[in-house]
Structures are given as C-alpha cells and as structure tokens.
Design a protein around this ligand. Structure first.
Ligand code: TYM
Length: 331
C-alpha cells in the first residue's frame, strides 16, 4: 500500500487554509493509503514559543485532527517530537544540504525579512527537517497546500542527492497531493495573499458564528463590475475561491452569474458565504470541544501513533546507517 505522510505546525488553531490545503486530503486519504499524520512541534520552535504554548498547541491540533474526521483506527497520528529517530536523519540530510540552496528558499527569505533579529539555523534548515519527516517513512504522497511546493521540491532534491552520494536507489521522490487536480491556496479576506495565522486574516475552525460573520462581512470588496463577464480583481476572486470550497456548486454558480451580469450585491454574497462557512465549521467546532475534554483518549491516540511512526522510522534509520557506513546498532 502506498504511504502518505504530512504534518502541521502547532502555532494555534487550524484555519480554513489548513483544512482545505491539507486536512481535507488527510481525511480522504486515510481510507486508501497507509497514512501518518503528525504535529510538527519541532518546526514550530523557529519562533521560540513558550513551553506552555507548545504543550497546549500540540493538544489543540490533535483534538482538531480528530474533530475533522481523522480516524486513529485508520491513520497514525503522532507528535513529531515523540519520534526522535527523525533527528538523526535530519542530521544526515543537513550534511548534504548547501548553504546557497537553503538561503534561496522563498519562505526562508520571507522570514529573514519578517524576523531579522531571529534568523536561526533551524529556520535555515527547515526544509531538511521536513525532508526527514517525509523520507523517514518513505512516503509516496504528501498532502499539502500550494505554499509547501518549494519544501517538497527540496525533499525530492535531498532524496536524489542521498541516492547519488551513496550510489544507491534508496529514497524515492515523494509527490505532493491535492484533493482536487491542482495545488490549493486558500486566500485571506483582506484583499490579497493567502490565509494564514501570521497574516492575521484567518477564519478558524473553532470560530463561532458571530466571529465568522464579522470576519466575512469585513472582507475587502470593490464597487462592483462595470461590464459583463469582466475578470475578477483579486479581492473579489478571493471571495469566490472561498465560496467554491465551502458552498454548494449551485450557490457558487448563482453568485458567479450575478457577477457576470453586473447584478451582484456583495453584501448578499458575504451573508451567504458566512452562513456556509458556519454550516461547515459548526459540527467540527462541537466535536473539538468534546474531544478536548477527553485527555486520556488523546494521550492514547498520540502514544499509539508514535509507536507506529517509530517502528517505520527505526527500519529506515537502520538501513540508512548501513548505507552511510555506520554500525547498525539496534535502535
Ligand atoms: P503549516 O503548519 O504552515 O501548514 C499546514 C498545512 O496547511 C496548508 N496551508 C494552506 N493551504 C492552502 N491555503 C492556505 N492559505 C494555507 N495555509 C496553510 C499548508 O500548505 C500545509 O499543508 N512545513 C509544514 C509542516 C510540515 C510538514 C512536514 C508538512 C513539517 N514537516 C512534512 C508535510 C510533510 C508547515 O509549516 O505547514
């Protein structure tokens, strides 16, 4: 059976971008693939979170994974820092990763701009840790949003390079997976760019109805189309993109038609969009609260997932040590 691995950084609650970029695929893939879904708590250290936030955020994402429908009977769910084997592979990949190529990664350059006082080595080697997460389990497919494309290319590069350096055909190149036929980028409602926690424009799965309505009604729009079938400017396209993922096709078509005939009323469209987002989030929101109250269950899920992940990781690591030339001591 083909293998699937993916993770999310625990930097707060899951938002619609995380859901439609990644988690929706997780839920779909668990029926057809051998899946491991993790919480990337090591990756979150690049911004030096407080210890209590790390613990709490990991628990939050775990509850949200479950509330979204990831079934621990079908997929392994684990916390990255419970699988220490990954760190050894991270070290090996770092030895084959070059400063120039790591510095050229767009998300690294962005972070250098955004947090110039904290350009740490973990930030620089973020893609090698991500490659270790994926290649550790020899994943065939990795469900991720569009913003992870470059990191995926790096993972493929490190796989190829390892094979070349050691003259083996060991790691295969993992593919990105998207639930539709193209990479997903969920926009924010502030006019431009993607939805993200650090962008401050996210709608969270736990947001209540009033919060969702407030966020959607505030979305940037314009004075409306001046001629029929006009191309939509970015803020308007963004509203339609969100509607495309949360609403029925008939609802989308109705407002699209209104736009194309210059009869659109953005207020009506936003009201409908807020309603549909709420209809989508409400059942998940209710399940999150239920699951969070069952700490014992969550602990069990994470322990079982970690054991599954460690078993797969130990096997890879033994083989990698052998290839590199180390003794293959029992791990
Ligand atoms: P992270 O935590 O930033 O985001 C988690 C997942 O959500 C997707 N995503 C989006 N997709 C579409 N539109 C958006 N606006 C949007 N915002 C977030 C991301 O593409 C991602 O799939 N580096 C990863 C975590 C990671 C990982 C891995 C992923 C660490 N190791 C191994 C896969 C495999 C990250 O920071 O994602």
């Amino acid at each position: 059976m083909e293998k699937v691995v993916s993770g999310i950084r625990p930097t707060g609650n899951l938002h619609l971008g995380n859901y439609f970029g990644a988690v929706k695929s997780f839920v779909k893939m668990q029926d057809e693939y051998d899946c491991l879904f993790f919480i990337a708590d090591w990756h979150s250290l690049t911004t030096h979170p407080k210890p209590e936030n790390i613990r709490e955020s990991a628990k939050t994402i775990l509850a949200e994974y479950l509330a979204c429908g990831i079934d621990p009977e079908k997929a392994g769910i684990y916390i990255q820092s419970d699988v220490k084997e990954v760190l050894e592979l991270y070290l090996y990949f770092n030895m084959n990763a070059y400063l120039g190529e790591l510095e050229r990664v767009t998300s690294f350059k962005e972070k250098v701009r955004k947090q110039p006082d904290n350009v740490n080595a973990g930030l620089l080697t973020y893609p090698t840790l991500m490659a270790a997460d994926i290649l550790m389990h020899k994943a065939d497919k990795v469900p991720v949003g569009k913003d992870q494309e470059q990191n995926m290319e790096m993972a493929r590069l490190f796989a190829r390079r390892f094979n070349r350096i050691y003259g083996v055909e060991y790691f295969k190149e993992p593919e990105s997976f998207h639930f539709s036929d193209k990479a997903v980028k969920i926009p924010g409602l502030d006019g431009s760019g993607k939805m993200g926690k650090s962008e401050g424009n996210a709608i969270y799965l736990i947001d209540d109805e009033a919060t969702i309505r407030k966020k959607v009604m505030r979305a940037v729009t314009d004075s409306g189309p001046a001629e029929p079938n006009q191309q939509k400017p970015e803020p308007i396209q963004n509203l339609f993109t969100l509607m495309e993922v949360v609403s029925d096709k008939s609802t989308y078509d109705y407002f699209n038609d209104k736009y194309n005939t210059c009869a659109i009323r953005y207020g009506d469209m936003k009201k409908q969009l807020a309603e549909d987002i709420n209809a989508f989030c409400a059942p998940i929101r209710n399940r999150i609260t239920d699951i969070q109250s069952n700490e014992e269950y969550m602990r069990k899920v994470a322990a079982t997932g970690a054991e599954k992940a460690r078993e797969s990781a130990r096997k890879t690591l033994c083989e990698v040590r052998e290839i590199i030339g180390f003794r293959t001591t029992a791990l």
